[in-house]
Design a protein around this ligand. Sequence first.
Ligand code: SF4
Ligand code: SF4
Length: 211
Amino acid sequence: MTQYGFYFDSTRCTGCRTCEMACKDYKDLPETTAFRKVYDYEGGTWAPSTDGAYTSDAFAYHVSLACNHCDQPKCLAACPQGAIAKDGKTGIVSIDEGKCIGSGTCVEACPYNVPVLDKESKKGLKCDGCAARTAEGTKPVCVEACPLRALDFGDIEELRAAHGTTAGIAPMPSPDETHPNIVIKECAAAKAPGDKTGTIANEKEVTGVPA
Ligand code: SF4
Ligand code: SF4
């Protein structure tokens, strides 16, 4: 089996949301739904020093996330209908809409805030790694859309060989929870998963709560 996954370069990402918008367009999603979300993580403070100047440890960076097609997907384990499956050839985790009863259990279970419950169809929805595109050898639409080339997708072992094994930066949870198939290049400001020195500055945006 080839396990597929995403690569995200936080040294390149400017937080422009082109990846998110390209996905929404390709998947024809309603305005309140996104399969890829860009988190703005910000923190730090400033303080006066004795010479009248000010020092600061303020930081801000972006994290673009879709489904991580985890090795131990909590969404799959929690679904009471057995409607979520991990593909035996690609490792892609997807929801069978025919089996889904819209309980929203996967939405609650995923520590990455990935599945969404469609209000009209009452079905759980999420990123499937653009399975139709990748079956034809094309990258997911978010990867091709990124103007900064901050995203990639492919065999996770090849991505790890090329970029290392970091699988989480704040505000992501510890990778120990689900063993996500993602590789991250950390920017200089990046904090470890579980960091409490910053906050998600666009929380309403990423949780879908109307402003
Ligand atoms: S398109 Fe690229 S640079 Fe823009 S938010 Fe997405 S990953 Fe970051
Ligand atoms: S990121 Fe969430 S939705 Fe995707 S496989 Fe992991 S637990 Fe499931």
